[in-house]
Design a protein around this ligand. Structure first.
Ligand code: GAL
Length: 828
């Protein structure tokens, strides 16, 4: 959407006329986080407006898909009767077979890419000749091209941009054909798994010819209640239109609290921008604990009837970055406790599923995370809605490269022609989200080492500021010598974003006086859930940029003792100690919250997903999760590691993460092994224990009073399966998910720490298996299957509801083990 120039700007100052969900128990989130604890809004109430004036419907149903290229598929008369039927969002890569030879390489996840076609036959909305009909794609990876009834609508190379086409002039009443070609064949492309296909939602929106433009509102607020609304209105009729504009504001409960005076407007065929200022008395602020949002309903009326009704959610909050004191939200000093997340949803691939994203965020919230960096691209719009609703801060990132490549066929090929458009569209789409506090114009961009970086930085920052001056612009940098860093030298960024280099935090204010500072990416520690390997010194895998990696083990694993990191990174404890110490460090974004597909550093094939996550790909926490939880939340924590199955006499390091206590006492089979307390900046306590089978017990105490007790027992042979659902009641909407954790237990009910039994699943009733996983980074088993081997005692089956209400019954069997059954209800 190009605003400036073509729209007349009308400044109007409008005087304002003044005029709570049951939380399913979630046993799988450690110290479960429940949305109601944080006043989460399930929706901002319905409004009494004429909904016929703007109709937005899902366009996900009844598509046909062909994996391969057939250029004639763009034609209306093409015969697609043999194509596969499916519902979007869809990622064909995740359905494929892992193969080292796949062109995306292990870095890209080792799954197939290629070209695919989608087609759908649809009926035009009623009265489409007098309307604007727009098909909206939230994201297609990548190089999409779209035709309607054989008419070419255009292409969109960047796989993370949202885009739309107005199609009414190409429509007929019935049997319209939309055809979409997706080309992800040029590889290698991405440094991580991208997915392939129409992997985000598609919508069909019908409006009058005079209507609010796409992403056509921009609401900015102050904590004093000031609200500035910019409305962009389009007029696709052939003549100027007189109309009336009214804004209404509803509170979180759906109550109308303010309606602006009706404003007479005249909209030329070139369109109109209207600025409206109003004020709300004592607004409730959006905060991390109470992420309260308001809803703006914008109405355009003709003859007293609404011809368009457009809704925008927004919030009131202020924030500030200070070079000495760091970050504050609504005036409260608040360290940014963030994680970087890629967009894949593990076994579901890149295909957007709101519940899967919500589960990831719930798990992060329970760990104490308060911020997400959308590495390294704009996320699905629903992800930002969830961050608004759940109370996360967001660093919304545009690019991983500019004109200089990181991979042969990556976005650098499209950057010259498309970057302005892609960046503008990210800002226009996302700028009303209260969660977003930072715009990132790029991650570790090569131009920081090259003088072309100066002009490009200036241009990109100006592009952002032209559309939003209410948020700072940042870039995640690695060149630490400012004199040599051309992106920094452009002198256009609001905040210095430093990746890694935690040893530089200390002297930052001395070396960069007055420069605001955020650790945009940290850590890159490597861990495999349930795998423990002690070491006298911390391992750097790989050791440096030159030496071939040979230090790995035959289990393709990295120790979960937090003693391994990439050479450019640091362990979780090393990093957090440094970031915690200095107020001038506004916060940090740990690389990464979850393991993600691709970038399996440091291991070669068959490793195919990352080791960096605090949580594994299946959503099971690694032990470091509890270090963060003990530091970043006010929940009482006591967590001990490792498991208690070792060879007799082996000296085993036992660690405890704890908080809200002065000491932890460890017992083996009832005998005390001593009390320990964290000293100085310690983040855990530790004992060396000569292994004997039995029960290891830890007790945390404060002033001699017991706070928490944790036990880990030596497990016997695998005997039975246990199934635990994160939610036993889900929606019968064809999309909702229940994540079933499968545990392999001994006779006494202990998880068997090294169990790798193959589990077979049978599903009956109102659902199906959307994916299976076990979190092992080098497993080549498919994600779309009805079986999975356990890994360190656990695996996962993801159940998806159909649209019919009923019961989903899952039976899990494994040779030699007692089987298990679980039922999940699906309701309307
Ligand atoms: C960073 C990069 C990330 C990821 C990470 C792995 O330098 O920004 O995308 O590659 O390294 O350690």
């Amino acid at each position: 959407m190009r605003i400036p120039g073509i729209y007349k700007v009308f400044m109007v100052s409008l005087l304002g006329l003044l005029v709570s969900q049951n939380c399913d128990a979630n046993p799988l989130i450690p110290n479960g986080w429940c949305p109601t604890n944080h006043d989460r809004q399930s929706s901002v109430g319905e409004t009494p407006t004429d909904r016929e004036s703007r109709v937005k419907t899902s366009f996900n149903q009844d598509w046909k898909f062909f994996l391969g290229d057939d250029p004639s598929a763009k034609n209306s008369l093409y015969n697609d009767s043999k194509w596969r039927k499916l519902t979007l969002p869809h990622d064909w890569s995740i359905e494929g077979k892992f193969d080292e030879k796949n062109p995306a390489k292990p870095e890209g996840g080792g799954l197939p890419t290629g070209i695919g076609w989608y087609r759908k036959t649809f009926t035009a909305p009623a009265d489409f000749k007098n309307k604007l009909v727009t098909v909206e794609f939230d994201g297609v990876y990548k190089n999409s091209e779209v035709w309607v009834n054989g008419h070419y609508l255009g292409k969109r190379p960047y796989g993370y941009s949202s885009f739309a086409y107005e199609i009414s002039r190409f429509l007929k009443s019935r049997n319209n054909i939309i055809a979409v070609k997706v080309d992800n064949s040029l590889q290698p492309d991405s440094r991580w798994y991208s997915g392939s296909g129409i992997y985000r939602n598609v919508w069909l929106t019908t409006t009058a010819k005079v209507a609010v433009a796409k992403w056509g509102t921009f609401v900015t607020t102050g904590t004093d209640g000031k609200v500035s609304i910019k409305t962009q209105i389009q007029n696709k009729t052939s003549k100027q239109q007189a109309a009336v504009l009214v804004h209404s504001i509803y509170d979180a409960k759906g109550k109308l609290i303010l309606k602006t005076q009706a404003q007479n407007i005249k909209i030329d065929t070139s369109g109109l921008i209207v600025n409206s200022d109003t004020e709300l008395k004592n607004p409730v602020l959006w905060s991390l604990k109470r992420p309260v949002q308001y809803k703006l309903v914008t109405e355009i009326l003709q003859n007293n009837k609404p011809i368009d009704t457009y809704e925008t959610k927004f919030g009131f909050r202020t924030f500030n970055f200070d070079a000495e004191k760091g970050f504050s939200l609504n005036g409260l000093p608040t360290k940014i406790l963030g994680v970087c997340l890629h967009h894949d949803l593990g076994a579901l691939g890149a295909a957007v599923n709101v519940r899967a994203m919500e589960r990831q965020l719930e798990i992060m919230k329970a760990m104490g995370v308060n911020a997400i960096r959308t590495a390294h691209n704009p996320p699905a719009p629903e992800f930002l809605d969830l961050c608004d609703e759940m109370g996360f801060l967001v660093m919304d990132e545009a690019f991983d490269m500019w004109a200089k490549k990181k991979n042969k066929n990556d976005y650098h090929l499209n950057f010259p022609e498309w970057h302005k458009r892609d960046l503008e569209d990210m800002i226009l789409r996302d700028r009303n989200h209260p969660s977003i506090i930072l715009w990132s114009i790029g991650n570790e961009i090569r131009e920081q080492f090259d003088s072309t970086g100066v002009a490009l930085t200036k241009e990109l920052v100006a592009t952002v500021k032209n559309l939003d001056q209410s948020r700072p612009v940042i870039s995640a940098l690695t060149e630490t010598d400012a004199k040599k860093n051309f992106i920094y030298q452009a002198n256009a960024l609001d905040i210095y974003g430093l990746n890694y280099n935690h040893k530089l935090y200390k002297d930052w204010p001395k070396n960069y006086p007055g420069v605001k500072f955020l650790a945009t990416e940290t850590t890159s520690a490597l861990e495999t859930r349930g795998f423990y390997d002690t070491a006298d010194t911390i391992r750097r895998w790989p050791r440096d940029g030159k030496t071939k990696f040979t230090e790995g083990n035959s289990e393709w694993s990295a120790s979960a003792y937090d003693n391994v990191s990439a050479y450019w990174g640091s362990t979780h404890e090393e990093t957090w100690k440094a970031a915690k110490k200095y107020d001038h460090v506004s916060g940090l974004f740990v690389w990464t919250g979850f393991d993600y597909l691709g970038e399996p550093l440091p291991y070669p094939w068959p490793a195919r997903s990352s080791y960096f996550g605090i949580v594994d790909l299946a959503g099971f926490s690694k032990d470091s999760y509890y270090m963060y939880q003990s530091e970043w939340t006010d929940k009482p924590v006591l967590h001990i590691l490792p498991h208690w199955n070792w060879e007799a006499g082996k000296s085993v390091e036992v660690w405890a993460y704890y908080n809200q206590a002065d000491e932890v006492e460890l017992y083996l089979n009832g005998k005390s092994l001593g009390k320990k307390s964290k000293q100085d900046d310690d983040l855990h306590v530790q004992w060396n224990v000569s292994f004997a089978p039995g029960t290891l017990k830890a007790v945390s105490r404060k002033n001699g009073k017991e706070i928490l007790v944790r036990e880990v027992k030596t497990a016997g042979d695998p005997a039975k399966i246990e199934l635990v659902a994160d939610r036993k009641q889900i929606k019968a909407d064809g999309k909702d998910l229940s994540f079933i954790t499968v545990r392999i237990l001994d006779k006494a009910g202990n998880v068997v720490p090294n169990a790798d039994n193959l589990v077979d699943f049978k599903v009956e009733g109102a659902g199906f298996i959307a994916g299976v996983d076990n979190g092992f980074q080098a497993s080549l088993e498919p994600f779309k299957a009805s079986y999975r081997k356990a890994f360190h005692g656990l695996c996962l089956a993801i159940l998806q509801a159909t649209a019919k209400t009923g019961t989903i019954k899952l039976t899990a069997t494994s040779a030699g083990l007692s089987s298990a059954v679980i039922e999940v209800r699906t309701n309307k």
